[in-house]
Design a protein around this ligand. Structure first.
Ligand code: DP6
Length: 367
């Protein structure tokens, strides 16, 4: 069912956001460290409205090795006219990130008013190379949001919801990195308690355990290639000629995928995941302006995946994010055969032969 964006739904937005407002105004001096992983969407978030609200629900596998680790040093100060913070990435001061952090702080101020009377030093690092083309905003914003929420010492479930809520205000996909192995962001009739405001983990009793064993081999086809920025990408969906059909399709694909995950139907899983990936790129190609983000080697890999699957019947499939890299997804039970083929056949299509082997994981954790 498509959502309507009427004034009634705006009232709903305000009411739902307000549950994350806090009475925590304490003056504190503390240090807190969290690590949070990246995630790979199976149903894609592409199109947003209002303050970081999705036009359709999305679902992802949370990863485990591609992580950001963030340390916050927090000290009380008297309230100034602007936010007081420093930002270091991999040990180096990065003033170029200041405007992004400022926008984030401004958005979260109603929910974390204490940040206005503290100086916050942020030190962040990634486990994956910065130039790899792997989106770091999801893991970085999830780690930062987790640190901020930890300061307020909330109960576990509520803390996770608030961390996801804040992470969303930094980057939509980051809302899905707080929990794992499978999370859903965006209200859908297919998932109880799903919300546009924060992501929820799928309960393990609601899907086949094979999905807890899924591996993700990330083929770095074009490291450092500039992806379409998420701002440009989401904007492309405003007045996109296929926008209405796309949002409807995403709701339908979510409904189908939830059933498929429960049944453990791997053939049906492959169909939905690959359709979502190709749809994302089709939307970029048919928007205004047009973008082609697949590299010729991206297409070579896709063709190899289709041939290999036809020959071997092994359940390996691909998905793509907004760039040339390819994520190959497969269950652990078939990893030896599939990874032999990846190393033998697909390495040649990767820049400097780089492949990151990751698997599904459980989300953000305190370090
Ligand atoms: C293609 O979460 O990066 O990866 O909310 O503007 O930060 P912002 O967008 P972002 O968009 C992610 C788009 C995607 C699909 C997905 O992860 O669902």
């Amino acid at each position: 069912m498509l959502k309507d964006f009427t004034s009634e739904s705006s009232i709903f937005v305000i009411m739902n956001s307000s549950i994350f407002k806090t009475n925590f105004f304490n003056s504190i001096q503390t240090k807190v460290t969290f690590q949070a992983p990246s995630n790979i969407a199976l149903i894609k978030y592409w199109g947003k409205h209002g303050e970081q609200l999705p036009k359709n629900p999305s679902l992802s596998f949370t990863l485990s090795s591609c992580i950001s680790k963030t340390v916050l040093d927090i000290i009380p100060i008297s309230k100034g006219t602007d936010f007081s913070f420093d930002f270091y990435f991999e040990g180096k001061s990065k003033p170029e990130f200041h405007s992004k952090v400022k926008v984030f702080f401004k958005r979260i101020l109603p929910y974390c008013p204490w940040i206005a009377n503290h100086h916050i030093t942020i030190n962040s690092q990634n486990s994956f190379p910065h130039s790899s083309g792997i989106a770091s905003s999801a893991s970085a914003m999830a780690a930062l949001a987790s640190c901020l929420v930890a300061v307020e010492e909330l109960s576990d479930d509520y803390a996770d919801q608030k961390a996801s809520f804040l992470a969303r205000l930094g980057s939509g996909s980051a809302s899905r990195s707080i929990n794992g192995p499978i999370t859903v962001w965006g209200a859908t009739d297919s998932v109880e308690e799903s919300s546009d405001f924060f992501a929820v983990p799928l309960s393990e009793s609601d899907y086949n355990p094979i999905f807890n064993t899924y591996c993700d081999a990330i083929l770095l086809i074009d490291q450092g290639q500039k992806k379409v920025s998420s701002t440009q990408g989401h904007q492309l969906m405003e007045n996109h000629p296929f926008g209405v059909a796309r949002f409807k399709q995403a709701f339908q694909n979510m409904e189908k995928l939830i059933k498929i995950l429960e049944e453990g139907d791997l053939d049906a899983f492959i169909t939905i995941v690959e359709t979502e990936a190709l749809t994302l790129h089709a939307l970029m190609m048919t928007g205004s302006p047009n973008y082609i983000l697949m590299h010729s080697n991206t297409i070579e890999v896709i063709q190899n995946v289709w041939n290999f699957r036809q020959e071997t019947k092994l359940p390996v499939c691909f998905t793509l994010d907004a760039g040339a890299n390819v994520h190959l997804l497969y269950p652990q039970k078939d990893a030896v055969q599939i990874e032999d083929w990846i190393d033998y056949k697909l390495k040649a299509f990767c820049q400097e032969g780089t492949i990151i082997k990751d698997k599904v994981g459980r989300g953000a954790k305190k370090v």
